[in-house]
Design a protein around this ligand. Sequence first.
Ligand SMILES: [Fe+2]
Ligand SMILES: [Fe+2]
Length: 439
Amino acid sequence: MSQEEAKGALASSSSSQNSERIWDCGDLNLTNGLLVILELALSEVGCGEKVRLRSCDRDGIADVRTWSRLSGHTLAFSQGTDFVEYEIEKGSARKLLLDGETQWGKRLFQNGSSPQGPAGEPVRASTGALAGLCTVPLQASPQRGFAPRGAALEVHSPAFSFTLNDKRQVWAAEVADLYDQAVANQWDGVRDIDWSSLPPLPPLLEQAVCQIMTFLVENEYSALYVPGKFISRINPQYMEVVLFLTTQLMDEARHIEVFTKRALANGGGLQVCTASTEHSLKCLFEQSDFSCASFLLSVLGEGTFVDLLRFIEEVAPDPVTADIVRRARIDEIRHVHFGMAHIRYLLSEDAGAVNMLMRAVFERSLVLRDVTSINELVTRSLAILAGGGIEPAQLKVGTGRVNGLLKLMDENRRKRLVSIGFSPEQAAEVSALHTPNFM
Ligand SMILES: [Fe+2]
Ligand SMILES: [Fe+2]
């Protein structure tokens, strides 16, 4: 007998057993246990099939009749001297909704239920395999609420207020792998950084480090709050995106933590935040479209920050500063990767969306036109670290290196833009309009 035949035979035998069976409910009534047996009995039959129950409590007939009517089932009953026998035909009012295909019979681990590979190696339960078991829908109903993708959901469940219900609004091809990488690469700002290796620095260098840390923390808040405000709007059918963005929040929280600690570690403290940076970040935070926000934050902003963090690592006057910006940069590369993968997916589905993205950059540049210039406090601090001090020769070297950084940021922005589907001309225009605040 094949597997399918065995399953069919099992179902048919179970169905005929159910139609014959009389469920003994003792003296239970609807309020003290009969309902449990009733629902169990009904769960074992399909719509239109009948179940039979016997109870010694004849006073409960009216309750069972009302319950059956409200639940959409059809009730018949007969009475003996000291019992009542119910026959209930299962209705369809409480039917279940299932978006997509059933998962029954599919396995996460292809070799069986045990997570062991053929060579005795543990099998990796990659998150990307989940989409193979239940397809990610192109459109998701807000009516699905928090019911997981693949689960059946009872009708009449309430609609939720998710606004990101289209795959192209949020999806990225590699998002599940990025989530796995993010989880595997979490680090600990308390234990993983050798804070004892931080030497006393000349005040000038310490102040430059503290000013840069202040600027980084300020920007990290935007990288935390922007995805944070969208998570609750994403339909959970796109669980991989929600899970990934949650790791991003954890990353940004850790960046805020270690950059704040570095500013305070040597007695310098947090320095100055400028109005222009605040204007730039406020404008980013107020983006209402997820794709535009992801583009501005991750592709343009965090992309530019990857270059900035690498530069700080190169010119850092102490090993702690170099270590924390190196670790943050590795996290940022993941965030940039997600942003690029999302925009690439969006443009593959809707090439016209490039105009929406360009408009978002343009409109932001208009808002910032009168208030934003390059943050002099930050560029000066970078130049001091890059030159090693404020002697004229040192400043000349430092300023030259900072100018080189700005040029590199522009080149890399344009490369990223071209790689996700912008023309070289569009890429040059967008990169030139990007906020001089970097983020
Ligand atoms: Fe960050
Ligand atoms: Fe980030």
